[in-house]
Design a protein around this ligand. Structure first.
Ligand SMILES: [Zn+2]
Length: 439
């Protein structure tokens, strides 16, 4: 079972999950852990020989071979003889089977949707894009026609589908909660519908979270402990964020949202936000907010914002002053993140990073505290590309993520009620309600 289906199944029946987690790991869980360890090692070290997998993991050669044979039979690995060098015996080397095993990525952005097929190495093989429809039903129709273009004869089915959405999603339930720019998508069971039309397990996640996941994969850090970072996407009208703790994406106790730093209130009497409250950070640092400060009488467009960036690069004093102001607000939020999480790195993505050399001194000088110093660094990637790469990584997770074991095994899995919590509810009179209900 893929991680996606596992996660949803767990969410549908928290009681079963409670028992499973308390029962601990079974021999099949141990085998599954070893399987993902070997698969990830091949991903990071390919081409690699069986004997080296055994040496690096400390596993018996017979155990490595049994699992490797299974991975080859499942179409995930290929084993080929290396190029002969000198007189010695030419070893057989393992690598990911990117030719036959593919995943599908669907990245929905405010204006444009991209669909891509990718191999196990996360390299994109084919993409199709179209304007994002205003209803989820119309989106499914577009995806169905795009499928014919990205699916090729060479393989039968995709191993998984990753879907990126620009807003709040309930990733455990595979459902869209709320997309500020696409209100008709609220409540739509996108993962189940994608599974229906593609015929493979599907997962959905917020686009900024996926940007962070894409970074993990690009750096080969996924599932390695010790890499903590926050990715911030400074976008047209908002700020998205993805939090990575111990090499894994953190999405909160119920998988619905975490690290929504764009909605930290920095001025309770500030402008109204899409979340219905006032003075959220994104109302001061998004591209639109910066534009409003520069020219309140002209409507924001991405092209006009590009023009403003160019003005700042050309030395225009008013444009420079506008971005100085944004930089000071950026600093307020960045220092709050630093105090809350003290991550090793805070990575900024978005068009504003084009003028990083003009604003970084202000950002670092204003609110940072010498005793806490996260590294703040710009990321040159564009946000569309980042979401698509993240959707690919999400689809690949079903193969590469280790199984979730124990209470603290996952940051995405909903936590079942603790026994003492159940006791508290019973004491509060809920036991009789439940009993009456059953009768
Ligand atoms: Zn808000």
């Amino acid at each position: 079972m893929g991680a996606a289906s596992r996660r949803r199944k767990q969410n549908q029946n928290p009681q079963d999950e409670h028992h499973r987690a308390l029962a601990g790991a079974t021999p099949s869980t141990v085998r599954q852990v070893n399987r993902t360890i070997l698969l990830n090692l091949v991903r990071l070290r390919q081409p690699i020989a069986r004997v080296d997998l055994s040496r690096l993991t400390g596993m018996f050669r017979s155990s490595v071979s049994a699992i490797v044979d299974e991975l080859i039979a499942d179409g995930l690995l290929v084993e080929e003889r290396a190029e002969p060098r000198g007189r010695g015996r030419v070893p057989l080397m393992l690598s990911l089977n990117s030719r036959d095993c593919r995943v599908l990525a669907v990245s929905v952005r405010r204006y444009q949707t991209q669909i891509a097929s990718a191999g196990l190495n996360a390299e994109i093989q084919k993409t199709v894009s179209f304007p994002t429809p205003s209803s989820p039903e119309a989106l499914l129709e577009e995806v169905e026609s795009a499928l014919a273009l990205v699916r090729e004869e060479a393989f039968r089915s995709f191993h998984g589908v990753g879907v990126s959405m620009p807003g709040f999603v309930d990733s455990a339930a595979g459902r869209i909660s709320m997309l500020p720019s696409l209100p008709r998508y609220a409540g739509f069971p996108i993962a189940a519908e994608m599974e229906r039309i593609v015929g493979s397990p599907a997962c959905v996640e917020n686009d900024a979270n996926l940007g962070a996941l894409a970074q993990l994969w690009r750096r080969g850090q996924a599932y390695r402990a010790g890499d903590d970072f926050v990715l911030l996407e400074i976008a047209d009208v908002g700020v998205g964020a993805g939090v990575v703790l111990n090499g894994r994406l953190y999405t909160g106790h119920d998988g619905r949202c975490a690290g929504e730093f764009g909605h930290m209130i920095v001025d309770p009497s500030g402008p109204e936000c899409t979340c219905g409250r006032r003075g959220c950070w994104e109302q001061f640092v998004s591209d639109k907010a910066t534009w409003r400060r520069f020219d309140p009488d002209t409507e924001y467009t991405p092209a006009r914002f590009d023009g403003l960036l160019q003005l700042a690069l050309d030395g225009d004093p008013k444009a420079r002053e506008t971005f100085e102001h944004t930089a000071r607000y950026l600093s307020v939020g960045l220092s709050n993140i630093q105090f809350a999480l003290n991550p090793k790195r805070i990575v900024l993505a978005g068009r504003i990073t084009r003028i990083w050399h003009l604003i970084h001194a202000t950002i670092e000088a204003e609110c940072f505290w010498d005793n806490l110093r996260s590294q703040v660094e710009p990321l040159g990637a564009n946000l569309d590309e980042l979401s698509l790469q993240g959707a690919i990584a999400l689809a690949l997770e079903s193969q590469f993520a280790p199984p979730e074991v124990g209470w603290s095994g996952s940051s995405r899995r909903p936590m079942p009620a603790q026994p003492d919590e159940a006791e508290m509810l019973a004491t509060a009179g809920l036991r009789s309600v439940t009993a009456a209900h059953r009768a």
